[in-house]
Design a protein around this ligand. Structure first.
Ligand code: TYD
Length: 204
């Protein structure tokens, strides 16, 4: 979908900071945009978020709940905002389900794509900004500080490395990926994100 931008990456890569930089830039240059996040973005999806991040469940149930939250988000926020001509910038989307549930949980891409059929058919992002940083390096930069203590973030290093590996595999084969190294200097990363989006004509 034209104007639909997603940010992806492992835990603690600095997505929130980069989203803030982009928001400031879009405001300054008068480009209307809605910033949102997954899981969440609508009242129902925020309730599903609480369930996913706090209750123990199977990998299949987890994938189904992410997809359910996504359906509600698409119908009630993403598509209506795009139809109004706004940019939509989302913190995580289906590529998180591919990296975390398909690859790291081992459910496989086919399973996740089938479960996300509605998202895939009606609403794929024009660009996925992948902030590239090995999760062990981001832990090191943060000196082990946990940002939001949830069930998935609390998984072992091997899980987060499998997520990273999943993203790298997706980035290598999907045109929607714009890979930007997460530099220690956040303003350098922000400039590189902006350059990548401008080069594709997605933002002015
Ligand atoms: P969040 O606190 O938003 O993580 P972050 O700040 O790193 O973006 O928590 C969302 C968690 O859910 C995060 O660990 C990634 C995970 N997730 C999936 O496993 N699959 C998905 O489809 C989505 C959207 C998120």
């Amino acid at each position: 979908m034209k104007g639909f931008i997603v940010f992806e990456g492992c835990e603690g890569v600095g997505k929130s900071t980069q989203l803030r930089f982009l928001q400031e830039y879009l405001e300054k240059t008068g480009q209307a945009a809605v910033f949102t996040r997954e899981p969440g973005g609508t009242p129902l999806a925020e309730e599903i978020r609480q369930l996913i991040l706090t209750k123990p469940m199977s990998a299949e149930t987890e994938a189904a709940l992410f997809a359910a939250a996504r359906c509600d988000h698409i119908d009630n926020l993403i598509l209506p905002s795009l139809k109004e001509g706004k940019l939509v910038v989302c913190d995580r989307y289906i590529d998180s389900s591919l990296a975390y549930q398909a690859y790291a949980r081992g459910l496989g891409e086919d399973f996740i794509l089938k479960m996300n059929d509605y998202a895939v058919k009606t609403c794929m992002p024009e660009a996925v900004v992948f902030l590239d940083l090995n999760p062990l390096e981001s832990w090191r930069r943060k000196k082990g500080k946990v940002i939001e203590n949830d069930r998935i973030e609390g998984e072992a290093d091997a899980f987060h490395l499998a997520v990273y590996d999943g993203y790298k595999k997706l980035a290598a084969k999907c045109d929607r990926y714009l890979c930007v190294e997460s530099n220690i200097d956040k303003s350098v990363t922000a400039q590189n994100v902006l350059n990548a989006l401008r080069e594709r004509g997605i933002v002015k």
